[in-house]
Write a protein that binds this ligand. Structure first.
Ligand code: SF4
Length: 407
């Protein structure tokens, strides 16, 4: 066991989120444009070495931070063996100040989990498990190209409970090809009946460059055409979601996220409230001190830099560090204020006007007066708590894309 991090801090440590991207999947789903691909165990193992090396190299820059949340996202992080995950967690504990109360989440997919792996993850410190179900209908899962059916999910869900996971999220997706509002309601009910602590419910997005993107709009070709629900059906699905989940005791705390009391995803709330986070791994994004940056999406570049093969070891000086970064953006004050609103208003509780003034030394009304007045008149925004806070109304939440675009 490595010695835990210790650092005599003169100032209170600043909160930090850690995001670790695991870019591997068993097989590519037909709608997916995330940064992920199949890989063999040797590559995954080398990737784990690279992640550990990057964690250690970055650590010196984060001596004044305390890690409050860790999130393994993907891809399919549950392709990691328990021992590989443990190696990464040990590195985090040895090189960073990890809060004792840290939320440590791992995204997983049915079909990659076993009872042993789940209990290994628990032992490694994972205390929040997110399971990508997407749909409770086997026909819809097949249509999406998922690697699992509903019964595989159910078995993994029960194994996770038995392994001691008492904070589970289930990811669902609506507006699927061939899906009806009745079918979506069935998925929601079967999921809520299991009583997970958290449910994420997003609509399917058709992305260019995916097999679904190819098939989209191929009407009247009956073989290729993607039979997506029409607008009316989609609206029904949208309306059912909040109603039904509310009946089951979930609160919608963000546009697409529902939780039982006390089980908000702290890591994601950090994104929406612009808390600093450090991304580790291929294509990961970071946000610290109003700078956003993104790592390379080139696996060879990433691995050769952080986990060089024996043949190229000893030549790191020849490596051009700029290759590691795909984008770096320094936000000016206007961009910071826009982000504050666009991200903060996604939350049900919205934003604090006092916090806006504290961060930008100017009042919200002084900057956005005319826009606010218009959105208030349209019934899309409201002030509450004696005007100290502002959030979207029900109508504003339904039209959130429009409202957020105004900022
Ligand atoms: S499991 Fe997730 S990340 Fe992997 S291919 Fe499917 S949608 Fe993409």
């Amino acid at each position: 066991m490595t010695e835990p991090f210790s650092f005599p801090a003169a100032e209170p440590l600043r909160p930090l989120g850690l995001y670790l991207h695991i870019p591997f999947c068993k097989r590519k789903c037909l709608y997916c444009d995330f940064l992920s691909a199949p890989a063999d165990q040797e590559t995954i193992d080398r990737y784990v070495d690279a992640v550990c090396a990057q964690l250690s190299r970055e650590a010196a820059n984060y001596r004044t931070y305390q890690v409050e949340t860790v999130f393994f996202g993907g891809g399919t992080p549950s392709l990691l063996l328990a021992g590989q995950l443990d190696r990464i967690m040990e590195r985090i504990r040895s090189d960073y100040a990890l809060s004792k109360q840290a939320e440590i989440s791992l995204e997983s997919n049915p079909g990659t989990l076993t009872a042993d792996r789940l209990s290994g993850y628990r032992k490694a410190g994972i205390n929040r498990l997110s399971i990508g179900l997407q749909s409770a209908s086997d026909a819809e899962l097949r249509e999406l190209g998922r690697i699992h059916d509903y019964s595989a999910f159910l078995e993994n869900y029960r194994q996770a409970r038995r392994a001691g996971f008492d904070n589970i999220n289930v990811d669902l997706m609506s507006a699927l090809p061939g899906q009806t509002a009745k079918g979506w309601l069935d998925t929601l009910k079967r999921t809520a009946d299991l009583e997970p602590e958290h449910i994420s419910a997003y609509s399917l997005m058709i992305e260019e460059g995916t097999p679904f993107g190819e098939r989209y709009g191929k009407r009247p070709d009956p073989a290729g055409f993607l039979p997506l629900p029409d607008e009316e059906e989609e609206r029904l699905m949208y309306e059912q979601t909040e109603c039904l989940l509310q009946e089951y005791g979930y609160r919608r705390y963000e546009i697409s996220n529902y939780a039982r009391p006390g089980f908000l995803c702290r890591h994601n709330v950090g994104y929406w409230t612009r808390r600093p986070y450090l991304g580790i791994g291929l294509g990961s994004a970071s946000f610290v001190d109003n700078v956003r940056w993104k790592m390379t999406e080139d696996l060879t570049v990433y691995l050769d830099h952080y986990a060089p093969r024996a043949a190229v070891k000893g030549t790191p000086s020849s490596f051009d560090e700029r290759l590691l970064y795909q984008e770096i953006q320094v936000l000016d004050k206007t961009e910071q204020m826009e982000e504050f609103l666009i991200l903060g208003l996604r939350l049900r509780d919205g934003i604090s006007l006092g916090e806006f003034r504290r961060q930008f030394q100017v009042g919200l009304r002084e900057v956005y007066g005319p826009v606010l007045d218009r959105l208030l008149r349209q019934g899309l925004l409201l002030f509450y708590e004696d005007g100290k806070k502002m959030r979207l109304t029900k109508k504003g939440t339904d039209l959130s894309n429009y409202v957020l675009a105004q900022f």
